[in-house]
Design a protein around this ligand. Sequence first.
Ligand SMILES: O=C(O)CCC(=O)C(=O)O
Length: 281
Amino acid sequence: MDFIKLNPAQRQSFEDDGFLVVRDALDTAAVERLIAAGDRLAASFLHKPEVLGRPEYNHLDLRPGLLRDEALLALVAHGSTVPLVVQLLSPNIHLHSTALIYKRPEVSDAPAFRRGWHRDIRIPRDLGHQSLPLVGIKICYCLSDFRESNCGMTLMARGSHLKSEPLEISRDGVDPLDVEVCDLQLKAGDALLFENRIFHTAAPNRSSRVSKVLMYGYAYRWMRTEVYLEVPDQHLLNQADPITRQLLGGYRDVDTQPWALQQWSKRHGVQPDPVPWTREI
Ligand SMILES: O=C(O)CCC(=O)C(=O)O
């Protein structure tokens, strides 16, 4: 995997906002390859007739089976984004989830489907909203342009990763009032990194084109992967480069050192300081 240094401004922006935009994370050829792969997986969704008044039929959130496609597998250790995730979390990470999200255009008076503000991985359900840890980062790769508002991009509540309480939404409203809701303007090839604590929600696509993104989530290796991320077969693991093998969960257990990314981090001078169990007094 190539090395790209996380610069101080990027770190600050990620720490302040809970998300970070990486422009041109994918070149045109990669976007085309990924659209072709995504469209193959989404073929039946893309070709079925529109079901009026049922926005849930206009929204595809496909999670299992993505990595069987070569182009989608190659994205697991993508060089312009995953190095940033390693520097924001640590080398001790693996791929935690994958999703292909397509939204067909929706008529403007249709009820908002899946407009549900949430934090990822359901951690607050057990730990509450206070002292919530940063444990994972999703990379959202744009395969279509998102150059206007209300065109299907996931909405982010800027800075809400630091909130220690639930979001406040008025009885007749859908969005929080006390935080800035960001409907980011992105173009195909851009990536949006966002962390597990930030409140975000799906939003309807009021444009005239299908909105297309891929989301790959990374988390510490002691976080169990989402169940639909199938354990890759041994043949595939044997063929993978060492970093992809680690990211795919190729080590026997979490006590095995994350050798591949540890060595990569060391080679590039970005290994985190060790955290000792004990210290002399
Ligand atoms: O469909 C979307 O835009 C949002 C997806 C989402 O909320 C998630 O992956 O956690």
